[in-house]
Ligand binder design. Structure first.
Ligand SMILES: Cc1cc2nc3c(=O)[nH]c(=O)nc-3n(C[C@H](O)[C@H](O)[C@H](O)COP(=O)(O)OP(=O)(O)OC[C@H]3O[C@@H](n4cnc5c(N)ncnc54)[C@H](O)[C@@H]3O)c2cc1C
Length: 389
């Protein structure tokens, strides 16, 4: 690990990487001679938060399976994922003395379950911290990078500045205006992999998880668990769908496949909510909070009660939104238009000797380690291209 004190003066460099997040750090670990510029005091601030601090590095699977988790960008991510699939990501970390394990759901984590270990093994290049790139100009043969610490000339520049979610980690989207000035088209930024805000009062159901839920949004149909959050719903498939959700649109949630009519044929003194809980296994607290018949017996339930149950659980169609949630989303949908970047080399098709990798591109993957997989795979492809030229 070479920090600022023992680094050569910032002046002329062959390769400069902008951004010390997942993709930039990974690339700098492969090309230790490159200079990595990071505006924060430390590298990998977002990486440290990944997987709840455990870092879900990648996901088990053959390249063909892995590629299927990138929505409309399957073709674009294909060459890099085939070149550097999850198995090679694991091998690379093993070569850095960081062994990994596959969890029962296919997610891959470091054995230590510490994102700090991932950052540690990748932090070995030439790194200049607290160095923010403010502008980039291109002369005939080289780039002129203006930073808060002075000017750097570079033959080759790699942009690894991330998206714009969790801006407190440094990836705040401000670099997109620089890329735009260089001529790149920026696809509008919006939240992805986020919970959905529900536009009705859910009561105090925060923290409750319900298994085996059917989710329908437009043509998308999924089965998953859902988690009630402070003001909405979350869960793996809810997050995967969130990038498609239009502002204040309807989503269809069936919390239970239990046909309500069966309950209403039951007789007896059992309190209605308790009976419903036993028949559906929906959490008692959820039923008590959402239904108004705490003190009713089964026999007292009316047609209106049955409709209330159906509306709230059997075919619940809340109005949802992700508006204003870009800051808190896990990843960013949008970024540099992938039509302008070569998917084999990650070289810009518009600006000579410029590479763009990771979440700065208009690529986002599903939950389960696919965003880091792309950060690493795109960095690896750029490495091959940079070192072969
Ligand atoms: C809470 C959370 C949990 C997540 N968990 C997972 C997970 O478990 N698995 C998974 O696959 N994905 C996860 N992700 C997504 C994943 O972290 C990102 O997709 C990934 O970090 C993107 O890597 P990147 O290198 O493109 O950008 P980033 O990691 O965001 O790094 C960009 C870096 O560039 C720096 N930078 C920006 N502008 C400048 C500038 N002008 N000058 C110098 N430096 C600059 C920033 O400070 C930042 O350090 C998670 C995201 C969040 C927010």
């Amino acid at each position: 690990m070479a920090y600022e004190e023992n680094r050569a003066p910032l002046m002329k460099r062959k390769i400069v990487i902008i951004g010390g997040g997942a993709s930039g750090l990974f690339l700098s670990s492969l090309i230790p001679g490159a200079l990595l510029l990071e505006k924060n005091r430390t590298v990998g601030k977002k990486l440290s938060l990944t997987g709840g601090g455990k870092c879900n590095l990648t996901h088990e699977g053959e390249p063909r399976e892995t590629v299927s988790h990138y929505y409309d960008k399957k073709r674009f991510v294909s060459p890099s994922i085939y070149t550097f699939p999850p198995v090679k990501i694991r091998e690379y970390f093993s070569s850095l003395s960081l062994d990994t394990y596959v969890r029962s759901d296919g997610k891959i984590f470091p054995n230590s379950e510490k994102s700090s270990d991932v950052i540690r093994v990748l932090t070995k290049g030439d790194i200049s911290l607290e160095t923010k790139v403010i502008s980039i100009a291109r002369n005939e043969d080289f780039f002129v990078l203006t930073t808060n610490k002075g000017v750097i000339e570079a033959e080759k520049v790699v942009v690894a500045t991330g998206g714009s979610s969790f801006p407190q980690t440094g990836s705040d989207g401000s670099f997109f205006s620089i890329l735009s000035l260089l001529g790149h088209k920026i696809i509008p930024l919006s939240p992805a992999l986020t919970s959905l805000k529900v536009m009705e009062n859910l009561g105090r159901v925060e923290g409750i998880t319900v298994e085996d839920v059917s989710i329908k949004y437009k043509k998308i149909k999924k089965e998953s668990s859902i988690l009630f959050t402070r003001n909405g719903i979350s869960g793996p498939e809810i997050m995967n769908i969130s990038r498609e959700v239009e502002n204040e649109s309807k989503i269809e949630i069936s919390l239970s496949s239990f046909p309500p009519s069966e309950l209403f044929h039951l007789k007896g003194n059992m309190r209605a909510i308790k009976a419903l809980h036993e028949e559906t296994s929906l959490p008692l607290r959820l039923l008590e909070e959402r239904l108004s018949w705490k003190d009713k017996k089964i026999g007292d339930l009316s047609k209106k009660d049955s409709e209330e149950y159906r509306d709230k659980f059997y075919k619940w169609t809340p109005t949802v939104t992700t508006k204003g949630m870009l800051n808190s989303s896990t990843v960013t949908k949008g970024g540099v238009d992938t039509d302008e970047v070569n998917p084999v080399t990650f070289k810009s098709k518009l600006v000579p000797n410029l590479w763009i990798i990771g979440e700065a591109l208009d690529v986002d993957g599903e939950c389960g380690g696919y965003n880091l997989t792309f950060a690493f795979a795109s960095a690896y492809s750029a490495y091959l291209s940079l070192t072969r030229e």
